[in-house]
Design a protein. Sequence first.
Length: 335
Amino acid sequence: MRRRSGSRLLARRLPHDAITRIFLERLRLIAVLLRERFPKDVGYSILPETVERLDPVFVKRAFSKIYEDLFFMVRTTNGLIEWIFIFFEHKSEPERDAAWQLFTYISAFWHQWRREHPDAKLPRIRTFVFYHGKDPWNVSNDFSALYEGSPEVEVATDDLNFRYRLINLWAIDDADLSDDPELRAILLLLKYTWWPDKLLGYVESALRMYKGNKEMLKELFRYLTWRMGSQENYEKLEAIVRRTNEEDMDTFYSYAEQLIDKGKLEGKLEGKLEGKLEGKVQGKAETLLRLLQDRFKTVPNDVQERIWCATEAELDCWFGRILRARSINGVMAKA
């Protein structure tokens, strides 16, 4: 089957995006999350009512892929302004290179900031990794853990290092996920995404919360249908929807059954696309695109397509050439 272009891959919204979209589009929920999870050891706290999105034009200039939904700005009780980056980790297992991916994003951000504010100091960026995977998170959140010899070799004071904050849903008791009912309902759906039987137990409260809101319900139906995994679980979901949101059954059927039919035909393709987008290959592709953009200013569409459709081995080969090649064609030449 012919591979899709990178731009279409970026535009394609996978089912897990539906539930995070509900979360990200509500600044109130982002403010609650930051208020509840902001580190207590920094000596100050945030002012939740000041949370706003970073200028999407600036973010688009800084990255080859748009991350405006993940960058926020907030004022703190000591008068500072902090930039917040929330990195959503959808994979079932921990990402070993999460710190490296975050470093590339922060570097790109600062690079663009210095271009536009040559005389200003760099803004403080606080990074959060939001994880709701199946396996326990057993990766260090210190950048220094990526160095050769770590952890046996002690980190020197002049070694580059930073630490991200991990929001690991599986490590948080259900009762402690949030004091906010709406945020807690969404976090429960994310927490149990890999266990459909448990997930069904938290569906009703979320459906009642968005009763009558067809746009929100459509996103929920998309996500929940994708996570059911069997006809039996789908029928249980159908019964819950009928009991709590009978007036929305048309929306449920028109969307959920469409996904089921589509899944029978494209299940394997969907799995490959999810793996492509969710795996470490995505991080390498994004980093390579940014480096090419920084060095050669523009990256032609056909080169972007090759990168998004590349294997990990191909990406590693191109990484090895980027410093010595004199042109993009030199980087991308066939081995």
